[in-house]
Design a protein around this ligand. Sequence first.
Ligand code: FRU
Length: 486
Amino acid sequence: MSEKMSNAQQALDKRRGQMNNRYRPGFHPSVPVGWMNDPNGFSMFKGKIHLFYQFFPYDSVWGSMHWGHWTSEDFTHWSDEPVAMAPDKEFDSEGCYSGTAIEVGRKLYLVYTGVRTEGPGGRRLQQQCIAESADGSHFTKWCDNPVIGYDKLPTDYSPYHFRDPKILQIPGGYRVITAVKGQKCGQLITFVSKDLHYWSYEGVFVNDLGEMPECPDFFHLDGHAVVITCIIRSDPLPFPNNYLVCYQVGTAVDGHFFSNNPRRTVDWGLDFYAPQTIEAADGRRILIGWALSWSHVQATHRLGHGWAGIMTMARECVIKEETLYQQPVREMAARRTEAQNLPQRLIQKETSLPECAGKKKELDLLLDVEHANSVTLQLMKTGNESLELTWLRESNRLRLDRRNCGYPLTDDGSPEKMPYSEAPVTIKDNRLHLRIFVDVAIVEVFVGDGEVAMSTLAYPKGDSYDVSLRADGFVQIISGIGWEIL
Ligand code: FRU
């Protein structure tokens, strides 16, 4: 084992007991120590679910990137595995950046971006590398890395912005989709190989992706080809959502993706980035994202808690009428305990809903909003502090607002410029159906059949985690259940 690997593992083991876990979620995966960003290498291997992540074990800020690792049997309980990779080779000495994984012939292959400087003090080259494992726990990097060096890149692309390979098996071999910065715009491009060792450039997969895309994902679902990618743009972003993380439904022929459909937002909350998907053993398409975006700073870092990094729950995806629908994996139902039913009633003034209170909860609410101009649920409430979820009739939007909920997600504790986000919602028969998951420092909201998902972090100072409901006008609770989640 390299020195960097053993240092990283020791840091993980030693620091684990030193974390402040006040804001550690119960049923969302969170980094054991230090910093975490993107999910990586989401895959099935020998029947087990593997999820890796961008990891810096030494501090709760981004640093030279390692790969952390969890496994799971059910998408809801995640066990820590040894550190999978450290930046310990000449070709990845500046970091093992994001990538994906694939099981071939009883081995698991990690395809990732190795970053190294061009020379002393030089710029950071990004190239694609491979590591393999027979046991799914210990990984060996190939000696012929980088397998897709910058020399394979057509000259109009930048070797400093060439990353996040998505590996796919295709008839007779493999295809990799990577993000790259072109002369005019960002693109996704592809390379093909028969044996994973020798790769050749194939062409442009998706064009016109802002300044630079990141973390592409691609799959077939319900008869469609779907591309998901994050887009970095230099022009101002339109509110309510900035289309940072978007999906597009279309068709794919070989290394080309075609679509006349618009790019749409995957998640309308404040904190969501770099999602990856896999096909589960039973054919479901499961998605997990990093619950943060680069513009926010997690409060656990500023408060010195020693860790910063939460993933969303695993979500099941379906495509209906060119639209992505998401719901938490059905396995989450097995973690419910103590169901409490809400009485049917008409509410106007702020009314506490004790059935919904708690730090780790699932809420399922069906509301009749016919006689309301707006309806507000206050979540994570202690005294005057709460995370507000408001349906607004005038704009037909749902707003998730954390401005009045504890610590802001800024580096110096100053108020956030944009502490809320809004999602468009379609109300049928005056009914608003909300599934809400509250988990200590994160809230995920699913509207209707899952046509809208919102994930947002919040760090309330108070400990009560009460819930209340009020309306401008009247709101009728048609039905409601609150579950404790184990
Ligand atoms: C996205 C990203 C990736 C990169 C990684 C580095 O969040 O910027 O493009 O591989 O993070 O940690």
